[in-house]
Design a protein around this ligand. Structure first.
Ligand code: NAP
Length: 260
C-alpha cells in the first residue's frame, strides 16, 4: 500500500533503538525525510547512516536529551521549525513502589513522558495547521488502558498526556492534523530486556526463563517486534489515517484483558 507521504518531513524522538527506531525505519521506507534524536551520539549516527542508506531518504541526527528545553530547541532548529510528521517518544520511568516515589521522581516522569510531548506538539502543530496537513503519534504504553502497579510513575505521566491529547486532537482535526497515541505492550527491545532482567534478579530465574514466563501471559505467546510497531505508526502517519482522531491504539498481542 502506498502511504502517500513520500517527500514529507518527520521528526522521530528517541529513535536510535527500539520502538522509536522501528517508527523511523517504517517512515523512511515510506519516503519520509527524517530528523531523528537520541542522547548517545554513536548509536544514533549508526542508525541514521543505516536508515539513509537503505531507504534513500535524508536522515539528520540530533544527539540530545529530548526531555530538556535545550534538547528540544536543538531538534527544532534542525527541522527549521517545521515538520509534517511528529513521533513523540522518550525513555520510560523506572519501576518501583508507590510508597517510595518522591515529588522529584514524579516531576521527572511527567517532564519526560508528558510535558516533552506536549511542548513538541505546541511547537510543531500550529505550522501543520497553517499548511493544512499533519500527523502526530505519541508513543505511550499499554499501562494507559491497563495500569501496571510497579510502573506507577509511567501510569501517572502517560495518563496526563492521554487526557491532553483527548481534547487537543479534536481541536486540530478540522485543519487536517491527525493526533493519536500508540500503546505498546511488551516488545522485544532493550527496555523489555531490562525489565526481564529485573524479574530474573528478583525471582532468581535465568533471564530466558523470565522472558518465557512473561511471553506465556500474552495471547500471541511472543513479544511484539519494533518493525510491526513501526508499520502501525507509519500507517497512522499516512494519508489513509485522516479519519482516525484522538485514539489510543493498543499493540499488545491481546495481553490486556479488556473489551474496549
Ligand atoms: P529502548 O529500546 O530502551 O530505546 C529507547 C530509545 O530512546 C533509545 O534510542 C534511547 O537512546 C532513546 N532515549 C531514551 N531516553 C531519551 C531521552 N531522554 N532523549 C532522547 N532519546 C532518549 O526503549 P523502547 O522499548 O523502544 O521504549 C520506548 C518507549 O516505549 C519508552 O517510553 C517505554 O517506556 C515505552 N514502552 C515500551 C514497551 C516495550 O515493551 N518495549 C512497553 C510499553 C511502553 P539513548 O539512550 O542514547 O538516549
Amino acid at each position: 500500500m502506498d502511504l502517500g507521504i513520500r517527500g514529507k518531513t518527520g521528526l522521530v524522538c528517541a529513535a536510535s533503538k527500539g520502538l522509536g527506531r522501528g517508527c523511523a525505519e517504517a517512515l523512511a521506507e515510506a519516503g519520509v525525510d527524517l530528523v531523528i534524536n537520541a542522547r548517545g551520539a554513536e548509536t544514533l549516527e549508526a542508525t541514521a547512516r543505516d536508515i539513509a542508506a537503505r531507504h534513500g531518504v535524508s536522515v539528520t541526527l540530533v544527539a540530545a536529551d529530548i526531555t530538556t528545553e535545550d534538547g528540544r530547541a536543538a531538534v527544532l532548529e534542525a527541522l527549521g521549525g517545521q515538520a509534517d510528521i511528529l513521533v513523540n517518544n522518550a525513555g520510560g520511568p523506572p519501576p518501583g513502589s508507590w510508597t517510595d516515589w518522591t515529588r522529584e521522581d514524579f516531576i521527572k516522569a511527567i517532564d519526560a513522558n508528558m510535558l516533552t510531548a506536549i511542548a513538541l506538539m505546541q511547537a510543531l502543530v500550529p505550522g501543520m495547521m497553517e499548511r493544512g496537513w499533519g500527523r502526530v503519534v505519541n508513543i505511550t504504553s499499554q499501562s494507559v488502558r491497563a495500569p501496571i502497579a510497579q510502573l506507577g510513575l509511567s501510569n501517572t505521566a502517560r495518563a496526563g498526556l492521554t487526557g491532553f491529547v483527548a481534547g487537543m486532537s479534536r481541536q486540530v482535526a478540522a485543519s487536517g492534523v491527525v493526533v493519536n497515541n500508540l500503546l505498546p505492550g511488551i516488545h522485544a527491545t532493550e527496555r523489555a530486556y531490562a525489565l526481564d532482567k529485573g524479574v530474573s534478579q528478583a525471582e532468581g530465574l535465568e533471564i530466558t526463563e523470565a522472558r518465557r514466563k512473561r511471553e506465556a501471559t500474552i495471547p500471541t505467546r511472543s513479544y511484539g517486534r519494533p518493525e510491526d510497531f513501526g508499520a502501525t505508526c507509519a500507517f497512522l502517519c499516512s494519508q489513509h489515517a485522516r479519519f482516525i482522531v484522538g485514539q489510543n491504539i493498543l499493540l499488545d498481542g491481546g495481553a490486556s484483558n479488556i473489551t474496549i
